[in-house]
Write a protein that binds this ligand. Sequence first.
Ligand code: F6P
Length: 366
Amino acid sequence: MARRILVATGGGDCPGLNAVIRGIVKRAYLEEGWEIFGCIESFNGILKDNIEIIPLTPKVVSGLHVKGGTIIKTTNRGGPFHFPVQQEDGTWTTEDRSELMKRRLENLGIEAVVNIGGDGSQRISVALENMGINVVGVPKTIDNDLATTDFTFGFQTAVQIATEAFDKLVTTAESHNRIFIMEVMGRDAGWITLHSALAGGADVCLIPEIPYDPRKVAEKIATRYRDNEGFCNIVIAEGAIPFNGTVSGSSSTLAGDLHFKLHGAGDRLRSELEEIGVDHDIRVTVLGHLQRGGTPTAFDRILATAFGVKAFELVKDRKYGQMVVYRQPDILHVSLREAISQPNLIDPKTNAFVHAARGVGMSFGD
Ligand code: F6P
């Protein structure tokens, strides 16, 4: 009988997901005796009353490395341990369907699951592994906040998109002598913020790892305006926090969605600056999901393809409970437990790019 793998993409989508899927399938079909299936909408496809999984063949994945998104869909909602179920009165609750998932995997003759996802998805990988399910993880997130790998795929694409947007905001800021605040993604880690700020030449960069003081930001703005001439460009992470403050956002109201939704960091900064008397025209641009859409950059296609090939090879060698990682110049693997043991945050004291940013006069609001 063929050896079977089930592939799932979980959490927010990310440029390069399709390239990973293609890498797994192409590598598998170099050998005899493999069948690869895609689970639709993360693990929900195998948890629903009517199972939704599709065969992934070389024909299905042909040319996919260029395509953004994920052909097998994804979601932040649900999963084996919090599957949303609607009650007769119309309200929603969640239920643990992990045992059902295990049974169904056995019935379908699936030997291992490849879970392509970020921190939340890899926590699910560990929980599944604890139940005796064979899992291999692939680190995905534009936020680059997973430790043990030099980069997650999707990050470089997000930085490129943010940098191109920033360049556009600079010309309009300059024309109007305005202050522009560009809010980018970055829940716990400021990697997209720092890299796009450095690439674009921002005046101020506000990241979750360095709580900011609006008065320090105002001081930097003042140095940018002479006789009311000048302009100022700020990049702020969605997860940035003022001194003694908290993140800006709200809880989801959807059953099975455990994500706290971040929003409003840029608008809050504008209010803070206005309150302390900054009287230049301030505009806020929120890049949002633009950073996750479209075609992956060359680097992300390469990394994602290499991750897909390695993920298959780990299953082939029965090295389960592992996550593939990039440790330049090699593609290696670490245990899933190690992978989720700590997040990949910027260390403001030692990070070379924080040092470089400060070296060109960028303010971190501290
Ligand atoms: O985890 C990646 C990320 O892009 C975060 O930066 C952001 O907070 C989150 O996803 C938003 O996801 P969604 O809008 O899909 O809930």
